[in-house]
Design a protein around this ligand. Sequence first.
Ligand code: CDP
Length: 226
Amino acid sequence: MHNNEIPVITIDGPSASGKGTIAQLVAAKLGFHYLDSGALYRLVALKAAQSLADTKNYDLLSSIARNLDVKFNGQVIYLDGKSVTDDIRTEECGILASQLAAYPDIREALKERQREFRQPPGLVTDGRDMGSVIFPNAILKVFLTASAEIRAQRRYKQLIEKGMNANIANLLHDIEKRDERDSNRSIAPLQQGADTRLLDTTSLTISQAQDTVLSWYNEICAKTRV
Ligand code: CDP
């Protein structure tokens, strides 16, 4: 199968919209690979923080992005051979990731690495620009969103479950700031493209959201087979 023919489902959307959860469930259901592209930006942020890199030293930061020693093993993520699965999930890391993600050289450095995840029998991936930049010929592009309040509550639950400190008001503030930065940057901004399907999960359960994505995928497959 030619690489361009391997089916890709992209799920882009704002912070804490549930993209990761839905993307992983859909991937598991279809037996597809899964790429959490945000984790790559978080890993660059973590490595930059560990190296005490100046966040204005673009050459150093893009070299960090290009040379990132990363391994994904199911739910576990390794950086330089050490598990950093929880370390990259802190709000500080998310905020720094969003700042670094606005640098074109860092995005460029991660481009090919993301495309390498396109392997048979298929890929489900989530992020901000998966459908618009990384996999423009994806078979199904979803824009997954929810109200900022619901997203803050979901992120709160997620952090508390991991035993981390969290405060709803601060989270809401961070989410709104991150939305603004991710949507207004000049390169690969978070926007719903004309070729994406909108899925607002404010009042949907996880399983309803998962079923909607799967039914869209099945509908497309049925049409292309005709
Ligand atoms: O978990 P959450 O949705 O808050 O964020 P994430 O998906 O882990 O991504 C962290 C940050 O990386 C985002 O705020 C974006 O600025 C950036 N990112 C990006 O620019 N492009 C992507 N494809 C994925 C993430």
